[in-house]
Design a binder for this molecule. Structure first.
Ligand code: SF4
Length: 385
């Protein structure tokens, strides 16, 4: 059941403008079902910008791990980026991702801040994907202009953070060093949340977390996060060599989390491999539960449905991080709406271009369909009543 969270009356320095609609289970502008319902077809409403390939961590599951570097070229001129964003007719959200977008102070000042100010002026919502392990001053600079600080949180203690977050550094990193970063991450998240920023923590359900997801959730609640976002881990990039868990273990983890979750925290599930068109009683029960519980949503997958990703170094435009799909255009020569329109005709998009209004579902993520549903034509399926 989608129910608005109780809006806070305590406004802090990082709260959004008071006349802006509160982000809530009933208002999630990143969900492609909204634009599909509004326009009767998929429209580009979200742009994700890759602002760096640098990062101070090397998580074992990093979905862009193979593209991380030790140095990088200059960014494209921002006036080109703004011109391309200006042309996106129905733009509602901008996300910025990396690497770690705050790794270099210059990126914070010269890229993040101008993009966030552009978005505020245009009434567009923003999200920054960050590990928040660096000095608070960097986050303090951008927090007054940001809508969602999105952090990864898959830990119950500093040792987990050490094992998960530095697994791919290629050298040994001392626990003492990473513990300091762990403490700083928690402290930064707390301070940002206390200042009125919407902090959303994302956890993956994988071989490490599936049986301790409840403890992870408790720590997320203690940090003051407004939302806990939960996705299964899929074998992309660094994660492709990690052990996988069964769908039954995944189903059990989601149920366990729903049993113990904090009732005021918005639980956002994404890229689940369970669909209302599956003839499986247990999955059906879980989907009903997800639909009926207050403050719980299942977000449809934005990749290629309402969102494209722009690499701010090359200008390449991607519709998904799915490895088999190369860039689909480039902002140096094309409008983003045109690149998006090209993708809508692609056979890979067509094969998962289904929509069941009764289930509020608009089809599977490409990786999920490739992993669990090879050869299935979703356009011939229908949600069970
Ligand atoms: S929209 Fe597609 S994936 Fe979702 S329930 Fe319908 S047929 Fe299944």
């Amino acid at each position: 059941m989608q129910q608005a969270l109780t809006p806070t009356t305590d406004r802090g320095p990082y709260s959004p403008p008071s006349d802006w609609k509160v982000l809530s289970p009933s208002y999630d502008p990143w969900d492609p079902i909204r634009s599909l319902q509004r326009f009767g077809r998929h429209e580009l409403t979200s742009v994700e910008l890759t602002v760096t390939h640098l990062c101070n961590m090397r998580c074992e599951h990093c979905a862009v791990g193979d593209s991380l570097t030790m140095s990088e070229a200059p960014h494209l001129p921002l006036d080109l980026v703004f011109r391309r964003l200006d042309e996106v007719q129905h733009l509602e959200t901008i996300s910025m991702t990396g690497g770690e977008p705050t790794f270099r102070l210059e990126t914070v000042r010269d890229i993040l801040l101008p993009v966030l100010k552009y978005a505020r002026e245009r009434g567009v919502r923003t999200q920054l994907n960050s590990n928040v392990t660096l000095d608070f001053e960097r986050y303090e600079l951008i927090a007054p202009f940001l809508d969602v600080m999105h952090i990864s949180f898959n830990y119950t203690q500093a040792e987990d953070f050490h094992q998960v977050g530095f697994a791919r550094t290629g050298r040994s990193v001392r626990l003492e060093t990473t513990s300091k970063l762990y403490e700083r991450m928690i402290d930064n998240a707390r301070r940002l949340a206390a200042g009125g920023l919407f902090v959303s923590a994302e956890s993956m359900i994988n071989y490490r977390t599936h049986d301790k997801i409840a403890d992870i959730h408790r720590l997320i609640a203690e940090m003051g996060c407004v939302r806990h976002e939960v996705h299964p881990m899929y074998p992309s990039s660094f994660a492709s060599g990690l052990p996988s868990i069964t769908r039954e273990q995944m189903l059990a983890a989601v149920n366990a989390l729903l049993d113990v979750r904090h009732p005021d925290i918005w639980m956002l599930f994404g890229t689940l491999p369970f669909y209302a068109c599956n003839d499986n009683a247990e999955e059906g029960r879980l989907l009903r539960r997800l639909k009926e519980e207050a403050n719980v949503t299942v977000r449809n997958d934005p990749d290629g449905r309402n969102r494209v990703n722009v690499n701010l170094f090359s200008g390449d435009v991607y519709v998904t991080d799915f490895a088999a799909i190369p860039p689909f255009g480039n902002i140096r020569g094309e409008k983003l709406d045109d690149v998006f329109a090209k993708w809508q005709e692609h056979p890979m998009q067509q094969a998962i271009n289904c929509h069941c209004p009764t289930a509020s579902c608009c089809g599977p993520n490409l990786l999920v369909s490739d992993m669990y549903y090879r050869g299935v034509d979703f356009t011939k399926r229908q949600a069970f009543p």
